[in-house]
Ligand binder design. Sequence first.
Ligand code: 5AD
Ligand code: FES
Length: 351
Amino acid sequence: MNDVSEIIEALYRGDGGALSADDIASFLDECESGGYDEVLAERARNVREPIYGNRVFVRGLIEISNICKNDCLYCGIRRSNRNCIRYRLDEDTIILCADEGYELGFRTFVLQGGEDAYYTDDVMCPIISRIKSSHPDCAVTLSLGERSRDSYRRMREAGADRYLLRHETANPDHYAQLHPASMSYENRIQCLYTLRELGYQVGCGFMVGSPYQTNRRIANDLCFIRDFYPDMCGVGPFVPHHETPFASFPSGTVEKTCRLLSIIRLLCPHVLLPATTALGTIHPRGREMGILAGANVVMPNLSPVGVRKQYELYDNKICTGEESAQCRDCLELRIRSVGGEIVTDRGDVKK
Ligand code: 5AD
Ligand code: FES
């Protein structure tokens, strides 16, 4: 199988499972010549329609800490960045953000942070259970990196519903080029399977255009995503951060990110797929374009405005200024402009 249109039709029919990584890699190569993105996006919307309609789910993102023991080469809050002003939110501040978010209509809270040793299970569990008991109609999503099975289990028992842990790349050699030797691809993947086994809805994902990425390696990501079939999948462009070793690498492109969002929608029709802040950062209408390509989730920022600028994974991140206090309204208008309808329920995956 190698004709591009034939592959698009196979994906649309739900026959993506038959494609090999080689098929997908040459498909991605041929897509670069242009002209296929509109039909891919249209197919992706068609596949999304019977499952989610035009509904777009909002998640309130609370960036609880930018302190991180890791040193991922792409990330602006990596341990080696001495010019990063560090902060962490205490329990009451996090609860306050969630309570404010609830008033604004949010029914999912994503607690995201660096791998900060302060947030032991004894610190996290009461935060999770307080949010769940004051807002039983809400989902709590965690995005706190790699932890032990026991830690994931305790936080699940405290009430956490979902966990986001991007796999970053499904190619072990590429993984080693993006991360310090202290991190392992095997452990990353093991965490995802552990989280699933513990009953979390699980999200994986990767950056588009990260250094040393190739279409063959993206084909590995797509095969991994197809076979793992995550509940959520975070895919946004790589954007360089000036204080990292990857400062002079180029950003991923809007076109390629949107193309991959469409392909992921076709491979995993039920997946909850965000139009990321990084996509909104590289193009003024990036998130809208992501929705048109098949995404169905947006994650406005609920962090205190005073710390937003400090949670700087990459340069020029949007929604960090005073004007961003009302991200929810801003996003609602944007989503409506592309025919989407913001929904305020928990927005669980449909499977
Ligand atoms: N550009 C884009 N995304 C990034 N992330 C980290 N650094 C960058 C960057 N420079 C993503 C990673 C991580 C998620 C929280 O943010 O994929 O998993
Ligand atoms: Fe944050 Fe628009 S979504 S300012």
